[in-house]
Design a protein around this ligand. Structure first.
Ligand code: HEC
Length: 234
């Protein structure tokens, strides 16, 4: 499948690009989603490794261009974080034992599976420095560059987290075992001068029709599975 041309521009604002009605935001799932937002960065990446904050090299995360043509994460670059990598990889025919145990602390420990798709707005790589790097109040990007139709793209701004998880109590799930959610970050001044604080905010949660319309067609029980590049690398 060929990748959709990417929608570039660092000032694209809201990640909601579709004209569908606003999604529900079921408050029963807010605490779970905030707990996920607090810990997902220690999950496995799509290559089965984890990023250690004690690693002195700058982290470079495996990145892909989304195949989704519309909806919130369409035409974005993304990187995945997966709680149970072995189970997720198996869906795509990859057998992988988890190499290191991931340190989890809060309620996420009891959730059987969590997949977070971190979606970033793309910018042509040679415009990155000018349009993104030194912009105030933005998280530095750590995604690898992605080539689409011969053009090299960098990730500019974090647009949103797209989350699918299996809740601790399976009867709370809303779509074939899963709960959908989206999280965005509010940017504000930090405690000290010159610091920026990123506060996660749940923007939709529950049985989101805007997610289910595509994920119902996904090949592995609501999931699309590991990116092709990650499967080929194995
Ligand atoms: C237009 C179709 C479409 C819509 C709408 C959509 N997705 Fe996806 N989603 C995809 C595709 C295709 C993938 C596979 C990766 C890629 O190419 O982006 C994917 C991958 C994912 C993944 C990685 C897990 C996996 O293997 O499937 C998560 C998590 C996810 N989407 C969450 C969401 C959430 C949450 C919503 C609703 C807010 C949503 N998606 C709406 C098409 C869609």
């Amino acid at each position: 499948m060929s990748a959709t041309p990417l929608a570039t521009g660092s000032r694209s604002g809201s990640p909601k690009t579709s004209a569908s009605p606003p999604d529900e935001n079921d408050p029963r799932f807010e605490a779970d989603l905030l707990a996920i937002a607090a810990e997902y960065q220690s999950f496995y990446r799509s290559d089965g490794t984890t990023f250690s904050p004690f690693d002195c090299r700058a982290p470079v995360h495996p990145a892909q261009a989304s195949r989704a043509s519309d909806g919130g994460h369409g035409r974005k670059l993304y990187t995945l974080f997966i709680k149970d990598f072995t189970a997720y990889a198996k869906l795509s025919g990859v057998s992988a034992a988890a190499s290191t145990a991931i340190p989890l602390h809060g309620p996420v420990r009891a959730m059987p599976q969590i997949i977070v798709k971190e979606a970033w707005t793309p910018v042509l790589a040679d415009r990155y420095r000018e349009e993104c790097r030194d912009k105030e109040g933005k998280l530095p990007s750590y995604l690898d560059h992605v080539t689409v139709d011969g053009k090299n793209y960098a990730a500019c701004e974090l647009a949103a987290l797209f989350v699918m998880y299996r809740p601790e109590r399976p009867e709370r799930a809303v779509d074939d075992g899963w709960v959908y959610g989206t999280v965005q970050y509010d940017v504000g001044p930090g405690d000290r001068d010159g610091q920026t604080r990123f506060t996660p905010r749940v923007t939709s949660a529950g049985k989101l029709a805007s997610c289910a319309r595509c994920h119902r067609e996904a090949p592995h029980g609501r999931l699309f599975g590991l990116p092709k590049k990650a499967v080929e690398a194995r």
